[in-house]
Design a protein around this ligand. Structure first.
Ligand SMILES: [Cu+2]
Length: 535
């Protein structure tokens, strides 16, 4: 569970997050990224264990884990990564390799004997299996034995892996994970900087700078594919799945049956199917906001809590695991689809041709890579708070100075070496204190509630702005809580929270309790706040 304080903060945010709210997190939980173990050789185990859910339930599950210590962890900036030998994970360890790698995965079957054989499929790759015994879809490992799979990682992007044995039971029990293949060759473009992925130019930070939590690039260029149009600044992995607890209870009750049959000795009804838990990366909301590798989730190491700065290009890696489709909606902007199942969607001129989607429906077995960005464009008020005697670093927008003009795309991006907030020029000089709360008729953006009524002192982020002075701002006809409070110190987080969730509202519950389930929060933080995803 979240700490009570953070939970309250989130719950308050949820109530009004259909648009956005300024939110604060007293115990910052800014850890997310796309952590995993590095290859190209992996020694995995399929094993039983228990996962926890925010309603207090402990659910018997099966999952992949590390059979022995992995070769390494990524990203390097997350220093608390673990993959304890012989311990089940849900989802399984994220396998990180580079294009062209000869990947070897050895799977040990430590499931209960009553479960019978098990296996792993790597859809989209030409897999050679050695050892084990023939199964319906691939070679399988029998109880306490192993099988080895090898393939060349010839397709970049985000992929899934999952059991190829009794999938209706074994995938439901948790035998699935993600495989990320990073580019390994020379990018077609010399560098990712200033790639016109969208109207706003992305800031592509160099490797190793503080706040860089991307997976390792062999050539120093962070692109999802060997195409400059796939350059990105941040990345997050989202795996959706669900649980019908009745199936897990039946499997738990029969786990002790002595059995040597290849097909196992369990009689578990996998239909009719009534899911009660809807998961992102093995956790339900709000547990998915807690850090990666948090000790309270020994078998659910990965969280889901994207953070980004305005203008950053964020790579969202989505994997539909389990058996249901989920209409996953990324609030705040649409997602530009980059690739499906590891195949880039390009036109003949090598430009992105994927759709701009409001809802990225996850399908079992399908992966989606997409680029997400937020600048506040066309909000109709100045979220950066310029124009009240407060200039952005490097000077205010000034049409007489070429270095301070809006670019041809309508953004102020002319001086990326300074603080660049990707301001939409049409919204410039429309701060809330000029167009105040409750004065929509005067040109104000919306009638926002009085912050003194909406929030409870320290729970308020303190500023509706994301500009250079975002965390130290106390202006306006309705006094916003003064800066320097516990909630509004320059080092604390005071961004905008947007809900990313299933649009099937049944799925944003945890065993029928709202809020929960397949939901998380994405935070847009001001540039002055360092998004630190090291645990
Ligand atoms: Cu929504």
């Amino acid at each position: 569970m979240k700490t009570n304080q953070s939970l309250k903060s989130i719950l308050r945010a949820v109530n009004v997050a259909t648009v956005f709210v300024a939110a604060t997190f007293l115990s910052p939980s800014t850890q997310a990224a796309a952590p995993g173990i590095t290859g190209p050789s992996f020694d995995l185990v399929a094993v039983a264990g228990n996962i926890s859910q925010p309603d207090g339930a402990t659910i018997y599950s099966w999952g992949y884990g590390c059979n022995s210590a992995p070769g390494g962890f990524a990203p390097a900036a997350i220093t608390t990564a673990t993959c304890p030998s012989g311990q089940m994970q849900l989802p399984g360890p994220t396998l990180i390799v580079h294009k062209g790698d000869q990947v070897t995965v050895t799977l040990h079957n430590n499931l209960p004997g009553a479960a019978g054989n098990t296996s792993v499929l790597f859809p989209g790759f030409k897999v050679t299996a050695t050892g084990g015994s023939p199964g319906l879809l691939t070679q399988e490992a029998s109880n306490i034995n192993a099988v080895t799979y090898t393939f060349v990682a010839d397709s970049e992007g985000t992929h899934s892996y999952y059991s190829g044995t009794q999938g209706d039971l074994q995938v439901e029990m948790g035998l699935f994970g993600a495989l990320i293949v990073l580019p390994n060759s020379t990018i077609n473009s010399p560098a990712c900087a200033n790639t016109p992925v969208s109207a706003a130019q992305p800031i592509n930070r160099g490797s190793g700078v503080p706040g860089d939590f991307r997976l390792p690039a062999t050539n120093g260029v962070h692109a999802a594919y060997d195409q400059a149009s796939s350059c990105y600044d941040r990345e997050y992995l989202i795996q959706t799945s669900e649980i019908d607890p009745r199936i897990h209870e039946q499997a738990a009750a029969q786990a002790g049956i002595a059995c040597t049959l290849q097909t196992g000795c369990m009689t578990v009804e996998t239909e009719p199917y009534h899911a009660a838990y809807f998961l992102i990366n093995g956790r339900s909301f709000p547990d998915d906001l807690d850090p990666n590798y948090a000790p309270q989730y020994p078998n659910q190491p990965y969280n889901a809590n994207p953070h980004l700065h305005p203008g950053e290009v964020t790579l969202v890696r989505i994997v539909g695991q389990g058996r249901m489709q989920h209409p996953f909606h990324e609030h705040a902007n649409h997602l530009r689809i980059l690739a499906r199942d590891g195949q880039m969607l390009l036109n003949s001129a090598s430009h992105l041709s994927g759709p701009l989607l409001f809802t990225t429906t996850t399908s079992p077995g399908q992966t989606i890579d997409g680029l997400f960005e937020w600048t506040g464009k066309n909000l109709n008020w100045d979220v950066y708070g310029h124009g009240n005697g407060i200039a952005m670093s490097g000077g205010d927008v000034d049409i007489t100075d070429p270095a301070k003009q809006c670019d041809t795309n309508g953004y102020f991006t002319s001086n990326p070496a300074a603080n660049n907030f990707f301001e939409w020029c049409g919204d410039h000089k429309r701060p809330l204190e000029f167009k105040p709360f409750g004065s929509v008729g005067s040109g104000g953006p919306v009638t926002l509630p009085d912050p003194n009524i909406l929030v409870n002192g320290a729970w308020y982020g303190g500023s509706p702005y994301l500009g250079p002075d975002a965390t130290g701002r106390s202006v306006g006809p309705t006094p916003i809580p003064p800066f320097g409070t516990v909630a509004n110190s320059p080092s604390s987080e005071a961004g905008f929270a947007f809900m990313w969730h299933s649009h099937n509202e049944r799925e944003i519950t945890t065993n029928n309790i709202f809020p929960g389930g397949l939901m998380t929060m994405m935070l847009v933080d001001p540039w002055v706040f360092l998004i630190n995803e090291a645990n």
